[in-house]
Design a protein around this ligand. Structure first.
Ligand code: SAM
Length: 243
């Protein structure tokens, strides 16, 4: 965050410090973390070897914990380039790190993936991270996810996938904003309200918005197969794919 780009590092300020408040304005986020973990666990339990899971944008560790508890035969390499967020995960999940089941990486997603060997990873998982990426960067990340996955490896992504029906997506977003105001003015947290609204402008901007149709087409072009989009609730959906 600089004077010229005061809102670029979206998770370094009050949003990052009080990320647990998200459950008030987006109760479905916790369910999405559970769904991502369950999906990863179901796949890993079909394997008889230790599965290597890479998590992109691990944040404060909510989805990381869901993944770790979903199966015994997996390890997580959790990537997040925002120290305010990752420091909370490092603290709350230190037990898992001590057990050797969890390692952290502070690089950005693309740099971290580029550092991994081709066909070396069983699952790449993520929750509410890819929609934060600028579109070209996101495409590069998807190419790298495909490269690092083993054949038959899985990509599991619970995130904001905007509807292709633009008016319907706008109505979803308007309802979302109304919910932010109702919840955060109700507890007199106008500071958080300001930052989440600013954040939403970035999510919805032309160079960030992750539309469902384009996202799935892009993944198919890269080579992913068996693409599914399920559990849609308003702007949220779970995407899975196979290499
Ligand atoms: C909305 S939070 C989600 C956190 C977590 N996945 C969860 O389910 O609670 C998005 C996270 O992605 C991280 N992030 C954003 N851009 C990133 C990038 N380019 N590389 C790595 N992490 C990134 C942010 O720092 C933040 O912690």
């Amino acid at each position: 965050m600089t004077a010229d780009t005061p809102f670029d590092a979206m998770f370094s300020g009050v949003i990052g410090r009080e990320y647990q408040m998200l459950k008030l304005i987006c109760p479905f986020a916790a369910e999405m973390s559970r769904l991502v973990g369950a999906e990863v666990g179901t796949y890993c339990r079909t394997r008889d070897t230790l599965a290597q899971v890479v998590e992109l944008g691990g944040g404060t560790g909510i989805t990381t914990l869901s993944i770790l508890t979903a199966a015994d035969n997996l390890t997580v390499f959790s990537v997040d380039n925002e120290p305010t967020m990752q420091a909370q995960a490092r603290e709350s999940l230190s037990h898992w790190a001590d057990l050797g089941r969890l390692a952290f990486c502070g690089d950005d997603a693309l740099t971290a993936l580029r550092g991994l060997a081709t066909a070396s990873v069983d699952v790449v998982a993520s929750a509410y991270t890819l929609h934060n990426f600028q579109c070209d960067y996101r495409r590069d990340v998807l190419v790298e996810i495909y490269r690092v996955l083993k054949n038959d490896g899985r990509f599991v992504c619970g995130d904001r996938y905007a509807l292709d029906d633009i008016p319907a997506h706008t109505r979803n977003t308007q309802r979302e904003v109304a919910g932010y105001f109702e919840t955060l003015t109700g507890i007199n947290r106008l500071d958080l309200l300001e930052h989440w609204i600013i954040h939403l402008f970035s999510d919805e901007s032309e160079d960030h918005i992750m539309r469902e149709g384009l996202a799935l087409r892009q993944m198919a072009e890269i080579g992913f197969r068996e693409l599914t989009l399920t559990h849609r609730l308003d702007v949220n959906a779970l995407v899975t794919a196979v290499k």
